[in-house]
Design a protein around this ligand. Structure first.
Ligand code: ADP
Length: 427
């Protein structure tokens, strides 16, 4: 069966977030890292192509997004979804407006929505104004963001600065009446010359109604919230089975290891909990800078241990130690030394028979994924909010799948590294 929903996410963690939402909503989903070269396998309902286009120059973001769209169209997707941040991270120059309009042109679409709302995470839209928790976006910490400072919470007005067309509001009074009323309002806005509707959304019910009203749109642009409301449209058409175990992964086996390169508070706690019960090897950036082959030492150390129980490799350190290393080496060099060592350890561990691996830290995960030649991830069951198990797509379909859990530094409960294995349910 062809892929139903083709998504383009403007950053990696945003892509993961969307992919997780789609799985929860009952779609079997893979996340591809960058524009893919190969087709994905069968039995997939949604593909998320994760780009790094949020803060690149608008022209580059457009080109990359169009390349992703071409691939998704070739994969046979029926509907397309441009995913951006729920705080609408962008500048008056873009990239949300220019990318959305370029995708619309390519698809021959004359109307879409712009809806970053995600009520369960405190992102609501009322009278076109985006709230973060109880305060306006422009009063939130986002006003000081180093790359995309958000100083206007009025999404209709702000989007208008980024687009060539025209944006209009779908007021909550309309949204609360349901999908038919929203569709009518879309038609009216279109007649008034708008190509974008900004719908208010305060609750998940609002998102469901908006999602239903978008059933016939070639392109939807939104945060990940609308992902709740789209799968029902495919079910109604008989294209998506009810009660699909969308998070079921192919069986993985092999040995177990954790690689932690994050120094975030949550990861510090998780490392401390795992160290009490499992063998653990510390990677020190100052030793790496002296030229010590800590990756080689770590892999030799692991032999005889990793066969018995999960082992931990960590560079995770308290803020004082991180600052000291950075003062000696520079933050970037310290980071790269650590990332390279952890990536080499990950590679060596696969050779030693590791088949289930947790990686903590966004940059660290990026380095590991690159070293392992991972081009995509099939999204499986969630371990803690925002962190699913996945299986790696490597372009070599003959390999036994590698289970990977890529954890953002600050995500997960203190016992994350201990309990995660149970969620795999095999191996
Ligand atoms: P997070 O998701 O918590 O931000 P990242 O992996 O994205 O984690 O970033 C952590 C960065 O800190 C990485 O570049 C990593 O290599 C670096 N790092 C890890 N341990 C140390 C350390 N002990 N000293 C200096 N830098 C470190």
């Amino acid at each position: 069966m062809a892929i139903l929903l083709g998504c383009i996410a403007d950053d990696f963690t945003g892509g993961t977030d969307l992919a997780g939402m789609l799985v929860k909503a009952g779609m079997r989903t893979v996340q591809m890292i960058g524009v893919p070269r190969e087709p994905v396998g069968d039995g997939i309902d949604a593909v998320v192509v994760a780009l790094k286009s949020r803060t690149s120059p608008a022209g580059e973001a457009v080109e990359e997004s169009l390349a992703a769209l071409r691939w998704l169209r070739e994969a046979g997707c029926r509907q397309f979804y441009f995913k951006y941040c729920s705080t609408f991270d962008s500048t008056p120059k873009g990239n949300i407006g220019p990318v959305a309009e370029a995708l619309m042109r390519a698809l021959g679409a004359d109307f879409t929505i712009a809806c970053p709302a995600f009520p369960v995470n405190g992102r609501t839209i009322y009278k076109g104004h985006l709230f973060v928790g109880d305060i306006l976006l422009s009063d939130s910490g986002m006003k000081n963001h180093p790359l995309t400072p958000m100083t206007d919470a009025n999404l209709v007005r702000f989007l208008q600065t980024q687009i060539e067309g025209k944006a209009g509001l779908v007021d909550h009074a309309v949204v609360s009446k349901g999908a038919d009323a929203i569709r009518e309002r879309f038609a009216r806005l279109k007649a008034e010359g708008c190509n974008f509707a900004v719908p208010d959304a305060i609750t998940n019910d609002d998102l469901m109604a908006i999602g239903e009203a978008c059933a016939d749109m070639p392109l939807v642009t939104a945060g990940s919230g609308i992902a709740l409301g789209l799968p029902q449209n495919f079910r109604k058409l008989g294209l998506l089975p009810e009660n699909l175990a969308a998070d079921a992964l192919p069986p993985t086996g092999g040995l177990r290891a954790v690689i932690a390169g994050s120094c975030s508070i949550a990861t510090q706690g998780q490392v401390a909990v795992m160290r009490e019960k499992h063998p653990a090897f510390n990677i020190d950036p100052l030793e790496l800078a002296r030229g010590r082959d800590m990756a080689g030492e770590a892999l030799a150390w692991a032999k005889g241990k990793v066969e018995k129980a999960p082992v931990l490799f960590y560079a995770t350190a308290a803020p004082e130690a991180v600052k000291a290393a950075q003062a000696r080496l520079g933050a970037e060099k310290a980071g790269h030394l650590v990332e390279n060592a952890l990536a080499a350890i990950a590679q060596g561990l696969i050779a030693q028979g590791v088949g289930q691996m947790i990686v903590a830290g966004g940059e660290t995960a990026g380095a590991v994924v690159k070293a392992l030649g991972v081009t995509g991830l099939r999204i499986g069951p969630e371990i803690d909010p925002g962190v699913p198990w996945t299986t790696a797509i490597t372009g070599n379909a003959d390999e036994t799948p590698l289970a990977l859990a890529l954890k953002s530094g600050n995500f997960g409960a203190p016992d994350f590294f201990l309990k995660a294995w149970d969620r795999l349910g095999n191996g």
